[in-house]
Design a protein around this ligand. Sequence first.
Ligand code: NAD
Ligand code: UDP
Ligand code: UDP
Length: 343
Amino acid sequence: KLPAYHHRIAAAVHSVGKVPLGIKRKGLRIVVTGGAGFVGSHLVDRLIARGDSVIVVDNFFTGRKENVMHHFGNPRFELIRHDVVEPLLLEVDQIYHLACPASPVHYKFNPVKTIKTNVVGTLNMLGLAKRVGARFLLTSTSEVYGDPLQHPQKETYWGNVNPIGVRSCYDEGKRTAETLTMDYHRGAGVEVRIARIFNTYGPRMCLDDGRVVSNFVAQALRKEPLTVYGDGKQTRSFQYVSDLVEGLIRLMGGEHVGPFNLGNPGEFTMLELAKVVQETIDPDARIEYRPNTEDDPHKRKPDIGRAKELLGWEPKVDLHKGLPLMVSDFRLRIFGDHKEGAT
Ligand code: NAD
Ligand code: UDP
Ligand code: UDP
C-alpha cells in the first residue's frame, strides 16, 4: 500500500503532464457528478463564477439540461452524459459526488438502481479520486440517522435505520457510501470529505419531485389542496440551497474530513410548513390529509455545532426568506411569463 504522499506526488506529476508548457492554469478542475440536478446545478454556478473549470457528469435520471444550459459555450464548462455505475476516466483536482436521486419518490422508483448508484457509483468515483490524487466529497444525508432516537442529531449518533425497508436502498446505500469513502481514505490515502445534508429546497427542484416543499408550493400555485401525509406532526428542518452550497464549498476547501451535518436547525411540523406556504402563496389553500409513507422518520433536526466550529459555517436564509425565492421560480416554470394564477 502506498502512503498518501505518493499518491499526491503521482497526481502532481500527472497533472503537470496535462498542462502544456507555458500555460498557467488559473482555477481548479472539478467534477460534479449529479451536476445537472437541483443542488448540483447551484454548486456548478458558484464554481464557475469562482473561476474553476467544471465537468458535470450526469445521466439525467432526475437532472435536466435546462439547469446548466446557461453555461453552454463557456470553455470552462463541460457536460457529459454518463452513468456513474460505469467506470470513468478523467483528470481532475476535486470531485463533488452528488449523483443519486434524492426524493423518496425517485429513489424508490428503481431501488436496485439506487443501491448500485450509491455503492458502485461511489466506488468508481473513489477509484477515480485515487488514480488521479483528487480530493473527494461525498454528499451523504440526514437519512443515515434513520428514525432518530437522539434529537437533535449529532454526527456522533450512529442512527436507527431499518435495513430491509423501502427507504433502505437510499439510507443504507448512503451509509455504505460513507463506509467506502472512509475505507479509501484510511486504506489508500484518498483525501475525502463527508457532508450529511438535511432537507434542502430552492429554485430548480423538479416540479414533480414528490418532496414536501416542492409539492406544497406547486399545489398552492395550481390551486390544488396541500397534501399532508399522516397527521402532519412529523418534523423536518428546511435549508435553503445557497446555504448548503456555501457549506459544501467550505467543507471541500477545509482541512476536516467530517462527517459534517449541513442543515438549517429551524424545525417545522408539516402542518407548520403548510401554514408558511399558505401565508406566502395563498391563504385560502386547503389541506388534504393522505396516509403517510412506510418508515417515515418522525423528526429530524441537525446539531450543527461541528460545522460552526470547524468550518465557520451556519445557514443564513430562514424559511420565510427562502420560500418566496423558490415560489418565483416555480411560478415561472408552471405558468411561463403570463400572470395567470399569480396572486
Ligand atoms: P436531484 O435528484 O435533483 O439530483 C441528483 C442528480 O444526480 C440528478 O441530476 C440525476 O440525474 C443524477 N444522477 C442520479 N443517478 C445517477 C447516476 N447513476 N449517474 C449519473 N448521474 C446520476 O437531487 P438533489 O436534491 O440535487 O441531491 C443531490 C445530492 O444531495 C444527492 O446525492 C442527495 O442524496 C444529496 N442530498 C440531498 C438532499 C436534499 O434535500 N436535496 C438531502 C440529503 C442529501
Ligand atoms: N475507476 C474509475 N475511474 C478511474 C479509476 C478507477 O471509474 O479513473 C473505477 C474502477 O473501474 C473500479 C473502481 O473505480 O471499478 C475502483 O477502483 P480501484 O482502483 O480502487 O479498485 P480496483 O480497480 O483495483 O478494483
Ligand atoms: N410529506 C407530506 N406531503 C407531501 C410530501 C411529503 O406531508 O406531499 C411529508 C413526508 O411524509 C415526510 C416529510 O413530508 O414526513 C418530508 O418528506 P420529503 O419526501 O420531503 O423528505 P424526507 O425527509 O422524507 O426524505
